[in-house]
Ligand binder design. Structure first.
Ligand SMILES: NC(=O)c1ccc[n+]([C@@H]2O[C@H](COP(=O)([O-])OP(=O)(O)OC[C@H]3O[C@@H](n4cnc5c(N)ncnc54)[C@H](O)[C@@H]3O)[C@@H](O)[C@H]2O)c1
Length: 252
């Protein structure tokens, strides 16, 4: 007998699904039977992914409350409900001395990485409570939030905030059966990698970062997607407040 798809009938929003880890998450979720709405700033790339996967796409900015309200409405209009939010969209400035980080760079990192989690939960938790849906959130944090590297100070701090807020909400909304978890990848090869390493994303240039990973390589979109699938599924019904490091042992 073929195994049951692990996200059968679940409706999921995946932010930043037009590339990198988010595309990997959307791919896995569709394979596992979820109805997926990708939200991303990148219109053309997002439409391409949606066509490839046979899922929905909408242009959306995770730092805007009105976009979150529209995303919730679109999920309900298209699929009848919402069960899962994957807060994957992220931003960083290029690896640099901390005293050189501009206020605009600081604000962007905090808005895209942290305010997005505030807005998504602020808009969607009341919906879950009103409809008595045991929904869940998975935020894509980073090993940077647990084991910070120099020259990425405010990116590290933004991901630490995400991990901490996720744990607080897990406790606060446990009685309503709403779950909150985060997944922390180590360096991968995506649209953001050149910024983390501060130079072109080549295997040679990634070596210094990957050399501190006991399993000897970076995170792939499939690694991240498999962890998200588990946490978002009913298999993880008793898992909340966890930060799952998908990092080949980097954080040990
Ligand atoms: N690549 C790595 O090494 C690495 C390691 C650990 C964690 N992460 C985290 O993984 C997540 C995914 O990033 P990625 O590495 O796949 O990079 P990526 O650049 O390939 O994907 C990020 C996506 O987010 C979208 N996005 C950016 N700002 C947005 C906004 N305001 N609203 C909507 N969409 C927006 C981009 O258009 C892009 O499609 C991020 O949260 C990042 O911090 C990445």
């Amino acid at each position: 007998m073929a195994p049951q798809p692990r996200l059968e009938g679940k409706v999921a929003i995946v932010t930043g699904g037009a590339s990198g880890f988010g595309k990997g998450i959307a791919t896995k979720f569709v394979e596992e039977g979820a109805l997926v709405l990708i939200a991303d700033l990148a219109d053309e790339a997002g439409q391409g992914v949606a066509k490839e996967l046979g899922c929905a796409f909408t242009v959306g900015d995770v730092t805007k409350r009105e976009d979150w309200e529209r995303l919730l409405k679109e999920a309900i209009d298209k699929f009848g409900r919402l069960d899962i939010v994957i807060n994957n969209a992220g931003a960083t400035y290029a690896n640099k001395a901390t005293e050189d980080v501009t206020e605009a760079e600081f604000d962007r990192v905090m808005n895209v990485n942290v305010k997005s989690v505030y807005l998504s939960t602020n808009v969607i938790v009341p919906y879950f409570m009103e409809k008595e849906i045991s929904g869940n959130f998975v935020q894509i944090a980073s090993t940077a939030g647990v084991r910070p590297r120099p020259r990425l100070t405010w990116y590290n701090a933004s991901k630490a905030a995400v991990i901490n807020a996720t744990k607080a909400m897990a406790v606060e909304y446990g009685p309503q059966q709403i779950r909150f978890n985060s997944v922390s990848p180590v360096i991968g090869s995506t649209g953001m990698t050149h910024l983390f390493i501060g130079k072109a994303n080549t295997p040679e240039n990634r070596k210094a970062f990957e050399s501190t990973v006991p399993l000897g390589r970076g995170s792939t979109p499939a690694d991240v997607a498999n962890a998200c699938c588990y946490l978002a599924s009913d298999e993880a019904a008793f898992i909340t407040g966890v930060n799952l490091e998908v990092d080949g042992g980097r954080c040990v």
